[in-house]
Design a protein around this ligand. Sequence first.
Ligand SMILES: [Zn+2]
Length: 442
Amino acid sequence: MELRERVAALMPRAKKDLAELVAFRSVADARQFPPEECEKAAQWVLDAFAQVGFSDARLVETADGSKAVYGERPGPPGAKTVLLYAHYDVQPPLDEDAWNSPVWELTERDGRWYGRGAADCKGNILMHLTALRALGDDVPVNLKLIVEGSEEQGTGGLEDFVPKNADLLRADAILVCDTGGAAVGRPALTVSLRGLANVVVSVKALSSEMHSGMFGGAAPDALAALIHMLSSLRDAQGNTTVNGLDNTQTWSGAEYPAGQFAADAHVLNGETLLGDGTVSDMLWARPALTVLGIDCPPVVGSASAIQPHARARLNLRVPPGMDAVRAQDALIAHLEAAAPWGVHVTVEREASGQPFLAETGGPAYTALRGAMKDAYGVESASLGQGGSIPLCNVFHDTYPDAEIILMGVEEPLTLMHAPNESVDPDEIARMALTEALFLQRY
Ligand SMILES: [Zn+2]
């Protein structure tokens, strides 16, 4: 039987397996879900990969207390080594009432499979398994496997583990399977990731709340000052305008059509996207500032008083070509300079992470592009991703010569991290075929 037919024949089993895996409430936060849920998911992954030749698969503990599944499957002597990556932990369900079917029960609707983790990243685990089941013994490379258990928490378990166990995970090509195509049926590799720099800015103007009738107009108002400062971070078109940060870089890969983006982003009026660049420029090549939260009185319960203090938490996305710490410095300097009326400003640094740009000229990329074209019947695109995957930088720093390839089943319709996450089973099948063809040819 041809590889494509073998993958197709394996899809009912992939659905049954994915249903079992989605049923584990593997949110890696013991305050929200019992830790046994992660342990059961880890054991499931271990058993499943043991059955496709990773006979020595075992659990390894990382510094944050989570457990990753590690395994090896030797190939012919002298063959190249490919490391397969995924994660078995998931995002919390958020508003359970917003789900149209049970969060932890894989449910088919209009050809898609719904459930938390169905795409991110358990769908990618099934992609790996389906590819390996289709290949059987015909795997002409050495394989290594790492499926981590705390990716969504940002606690850095695997990021800490990799450099300390560099030989264990060393590979010529690393398939980081936690992204997806441009759309269903339109394959893509993710070649750039934005970094991030977060800060909390606090403003103090008075030592007490004061009556807005008696004092408003002359007394400095901390909340108004904060709003004034925040508004200086965007211009009238919506471009992010942090002093010292270039906001004119352009994206050289695939375009993200504005209409599709507006639909994917659930924009109410699709005509009004931000910025004077293309969607791809704004998402993947330029910095973007988001106000994550503001501390100020809520509307209900607010009084006629001038606010003595206010604060905001800000998130700056940092594109490749920019240093995340220097971007954070620039944001802090901008906020201090923008503070009006002699108010007291303090800016606290939170997390920062560097952007990532893949090197796409090597033999693994070439083999993968070819495999993807044959699996989908169309050329693959190069996309960026606005979010960050800090592990990619760790892999790059630890294995400077390895080719790091980001791909997977998480196309935009998956709504990963949101309620009603889903996966398109055809994407699992096509990506499994891509992976199988790649492993045969690399
Ligand atoms: Zn993920």
